[in-house]
Write a protein that binds this ligand. Sequence first.
Ligand SMILES: NC(=O)c1ccc[n+]([C@@H]2O[C@H](COP(=O)([O-])OP(=O)(O)OC[C@H]3O[C@@H](n4cnc5c(N)ncnc54)[C@H](OP(=O)(O)O)[C@@H]3O)[C@@H](O)[C@H]2O)c1
Length: 287
Amino acid sequence: MSKIVLITGTSSGFGSYAAPLLASHGYKVYATMRDISGRNREHCLAMEAQHPNIKVLELELTDSASIENSVKYIMTTEGRIDVLINNAGRFYMGIGESFTEEDLLHIYNVDVLGPWRLIRAVLPYMRNQNSGYIITVTSSLARFSCPFMTCYASAKHALEGLLQGMKYELKSSNIDFTFIEPGIYPTNVFNNFGRGSDTSRNAAYGPMAHIADGIKAQLDDLFASPHANDPMLVARAMLKLIESDSVNRPIRLPVDPNASEFTNRLNEAHDEEYLKFLTASGMGELL
Ligand SMILES: NC(=O)c1ccc[n+]([C@@H]2O[C@H](COP(=O)([O-])OP(=O)(O)OC[C@H]3O[C@@H](n4cnc5c(N)ncnc54)[C@H](OP(=O)(O)O)[C@@H]3O)[C@@H](O)[C@H]2O)c1
C-alpha cells in the first residue's frame, strides 16, 4: 500500500521538486498550492502531468477552512495520512524596526500559524492510526537570528519552539517530527520576499536601510554562479527522512553543503544538553 503524503507549497521551490520525487518513489502525493484555478493554474496542471501518483489540492495557509477541506478530502479518499510536509512559507527582509505590529501578525499567521493549523488538522487522524511523520521546513535561521532577517528568523524559531516539545508528547502515539533547516537556495522565496511596511523608520538607519537590496543583489549573483545550492538536495533530504527508520531520524536536519557546519555544531551542543535537561526534569521516560 502506498504511503500517503500531504505537502504544502508545491507551486515553486523545494515543494515543486519534492512532490514528483516522492511520487516517483511510490508515494501517493497530495501536492497543495493556493489559487489553483487562477495564478497557479499552470503550475497545478504541470504538477499533475508529472506523475499519476500526484493530486493537487487547494490550500492556503492562512485559511483554516481550506486546510480542513484538503485534510478531509484525503481522509475520505485514502482513509489515512502518513506524512505531512510543512514546506510552504514566505521570507521577509529589512530593518527590524520597519516591521509593524500588523506585519508581524501577518508573518506569524503565514509562517507559524499556517503549519500549526495543518498539524492540528492531521494529528487526530495520525493519533487514531497510531503512526505519522511530520516534517517541517524551518531554516538555519531557526537556530540563530541575523541582522535584516529578524522577523523571519523569529517566526522560524517560534515554529521549532512549538514543535520540539511535541515530539516527546506524541512519541507514544508513534508520531515523529523533524525540522529540515535549509541554508540558502535559489527558489522564489527571495523574489517574493516581504518588507516592513513602515518605511519611515528606515531613514534613521542611513545607508543600512538599503542593505536588504544589497543582500538581494548578492544572492542574485550567487544564484547565477556555479556555487548556488541545488534545491533538489532539500527534496532528496525529505525522501531520505521518510524512508529512514524512525529510530535513526534526527529532530533537526540542516541541509546546506556550503554552511551547515555552524548549524550542526549548534544542534549537537543543544541536543546533548537538552536530553540531560529533560532527564533531570523527570521527563526521561518521554525520550
Ligand atoms: N530557499 C531558501 O533558501 C530557504 C532557506 C531556508 C528555508 N526556506 C523555507 O523553505 C520553504 C519553501 O520555500 P522555497 O524556498 O521553496 O520558496 P518558494 O519557491 O517561494 O516556495 C514557497 C511556497 O510556499 C507557498 N506559499 C507562500 N505563502 C503561502 C500561503 N499563505 N499559503 C499557502 N502556500 C503559500 C508558495 O505559493 P505561491 O506560489 O502561491 O506564493 C510556494 O509554493 C519555506 O518555508 C521557506 O521559508 C527556504
